[in-house]
Design a protein around this ligand. Structure first.
Ligand code: 5GP
Ligand code: MG
Length: 178
């Protein structure tokens, strides 16, 4: 098993500061309920919040679609309950990565059904893959190629979330010759 560094801690933190400035300029005139998607978005959302002078609500939602594999064939489901506070509010969803788009498309539909005024998205990473679901994402940290990445919240079977950087996860041997 090997992790090939892709985005350094320094680049992540610099981009997070830029995104926070963008969010402050564009979103804070109508303070949204921020909704972070557990568990992958936790470090990103925490670091973003650290730069935003936010008095509003910061909520969390758990969506399950990956259960110990590196592909998302399953449909997403909310684990537990959606926070009540989203009713009649602008919602800013903060997630780790846009891949097929299933998760964010599902959240968009679900949040609107539950009474959100509107839903915007901020993701750390956007993968260069054809989307299964077409989702408009307003804020993107980095565009990356179609590789399975870990670190800075992103895991492989629960490991690597604590890395301060993002790296490409290479199963045994496959990093050879890169
Ligand atoms: P989507 O529903 O867009 O296909 O995928 C969204 C979720 O799949 C992400 O929030 C993340 O939890 C997981 N995911 C997608 N790509 C990756 C990846 O490269 N690495 C990790 N660790 N998780 C991923
Ligand atoms: Mg996720």
């Amino acid at each position: 098993m090997k992790i090939e560094p892709l985005i350094s801690e320094e680049r992540i933190q610099g981009r997070v500061r830029e995104l926070a400035a963008e969010l402050a300029a564009k979103e804070m005139s109508h303070p949204p309920v921020c909704l972070m998607v557990l568990q992958g978005a936790v470090p990103f959302a925490r670091d973003l919040a650290g730069h935003l002078d936010m008095e509003g609500k910061f909520e969390e939602v758990a969506v399950s679609s990956y259960l110990g594999t590196t592909s998302a064939q399953r449909n997403p489901v909310v684990v537990g309950k959606l926070p009540e506070s989203i009713r009649g509010r602008h919602v800013l969803v903060i997630d780790d990565i846009l891949d097929t788009g299933r998760t964010l498309d599902f959240l968009h539909r679900t949040l609107v059904e539950q009474g959100a005024l509107d839903v915007r998205f901020c993701v750390l990473l956007r993968k260069d893959v054809p989307r299964v679901c077409d989702v408009a994402v307003e804020y993107v940290g980095f565009d990356i190629q179609n590789e399975f990445v870990v670190g800075y919240g992103l895991d492989f079977q629960g490991d690597y979330r604590g890395l301060p950087y993002v790296g490409v996860f290479c199963p045994d041997g496959s990093a050879e010759g890169l």
